[in-house]
Design a protein around this ligand. Structure first.
Ligand code: ATP
Ligand code: MG
Length: 398
């Protein structure tokens, strides 16, 4: 029965000129999401509203599910459009609407009329009263509750008349493309995909970098990261995934530096390389999945030492979350099942039995000097041999 969706978005912060940027980006992202659905859709902006019209057959659930990946959408309202052919016609449509949408009529309701077109013969008070009366006459089980109704029936008088009462929650946030770009350090774990999702939710476009260490890490481990990027791309849009061969750098560190500092030194070089790629690709920040205290390399001391190599801001949206909270988010965004596949990532291969939990920056820097002769060349090589994949939702690659 529905052919139109009214898209509700939070208006806070989208006043004036920003409002157009926000709305245009939202329309773009809605188009991107609907490309994955069966059917043809038209998206229109009208009077500070965005509507999605299905032209012909479409799958309701699939359409809603894909709209729920669009950041910036606060609510998705399935709408019935009624031609303005007099009050009797409208009354018939309202009765039909309630009859179909609420098989169980033992409910309380309230009519909320709005007039965007002031030449309509009834004002909002009259509309509320008249339509309420029509419904009470039609269904004797319905009762009115103006304070806390189970059904809020919106009747909006515009060029046509729109009826709706359901608001399906969207993901919230801001449309991707309204807030610059950042580089996600994406591993095969649970945390970094969630981190990417959270920053993308604030309207930030994301690229990603993955460090692999063949033959110590397998093709399957790399494929897992591609799969994770694909899951994120449903929300974030296409992701440019840079795959960096980290083996030689890792071996050099293993040979020349104290083993208990291996992870932390490795993390510093990952950040360094990620930052170089970020700066070459107009990213304004780095994103990691770190969370305070989760592992030795994520104590406050370790984060201090890792952070020290970066000049770009490093966004760590999981920083204050417990593991369980991160797991719940990863389940919500569909990355969990992929993340728990048991393929080693390059952090876990050469790990020391007793990694430092309170690394000392001066010591670390001194120990890194042992790499002086080789490191610049190794960094150059890692950068010049990196692979670039553009990762998109599966449906788009067909
Ligand atoms: P995750 O679940 O994201 O793997 P983690 O708890 O396993 O995180 P670490 O392995 O210590 O934590 O890594 C911390 C962060 O460093 C990750 O969240 C990720 O952003 C980045 N990172 C770690 N390994 C890699 C890698 N091989 N490639 C890219 N980024 C990585
Ligand atoms: Mg990890």
């Amino acid at each position: 029965m529905f052919n139109t969706f009214l898209i509700k978005y939070a208006e806070i912060g989208v006043k004036g000129k920003n409002r157009y940027l926000f709305e245009d980006a939202l329309v773009q992202q809605i188009k991107y999401a609907l490309k994955r659905c069966e059917g043809e859709f038209k998206i229109r902006k009208a009077q500070g509203r965005i509507y999605v019209d299905a032209e012909g057959d479409f799958d309701f659930d699939e359409t809603v599910e894909n709209l729920q990946t669009v950041f910036g959408i606060w609510g998705i309202c399935p709408v019935v459009c009624v031609e303005d052919e007099g009050f009797e016609h409208l009354a018939g449509a309202v009765v039909d609407y309630v009859n179909k949408v609420y098989p169980d009529k033992k409910k309380t309701f309230k009519v909320v009329a709005r007039r965007a077109r002031k030449n309509y013969p009834l004002d909002t008070m009259e509309l509320n009263r008249e339509i309420g009366g029509v419904l009470l006459d039609a269904f004797e089980e319905l009762t009115v509750d103006v304070h806390n109704p189970q059904i809020m029936l919106y009747v909006e008088i515009r060029e046509k008349i729109y009826l709706y009462s359901q608001i399906i929650p969207g993901p919230g946030g801001m449309p991707v493309g309204t807030n610059g770009k950042a580089m996600l350090l994406l591993s095969g774990g649970i945390d970094s995909p969630v981190a990417g999702y959270m920053i993308s939710k604030r309207g930030v476009k994301i690229d990603a970098v993955y460090f692999h260490a063949p033959p110590y890490t397998s093709e399957r481990a790399k494929q897992k990261v591609v799969d994770l990027a694909r899951r994120i791309s449903y929300y974030s849009g296409p992701i440019y995934l840079h795959i960096v061969n980290f083996t030689d750098i890792q071996l050099a560190i293993y040979e020349k530096c104290p083993h208990e500092e291996l992870t932390i030194i490795m993390r510093r070089y990952m950040m360094k390389i990620a930052e170089r790629i970020a700066k070459d690709t107009e990213c304004l920040g780095l994103i990691t999945g770190e969370s305070i205290g989760q592992v030795a390399s994520q104590t406050m001391h370790s984060l201090y030492v890792t952070n020290e190599v970066c000049t770009l801001p490093v966004y760590r949206p999981c920083i204050g979350l417990d593991k369980q909270e991160i797991v719940e988010l990863s389940e919500k965004i569909n990355t969990y099942e992929t993340s728990i596949q048991p393929y080693e990532d390059c952090c876990t291969i050469f790990v020391a039995k007793h990694p430092v939990t309170k690394p000392n920056l001066e010591h670390i820097k001194r120990h890194e000097e042992k790499l002086n002769e080789v490191i610049e060349e190794l960094l150059e090589k890692a950068l010049s041999t990196k692979e670039l994949l553009i990762v998109r939702p599966a449906e788009e690659e067909k």
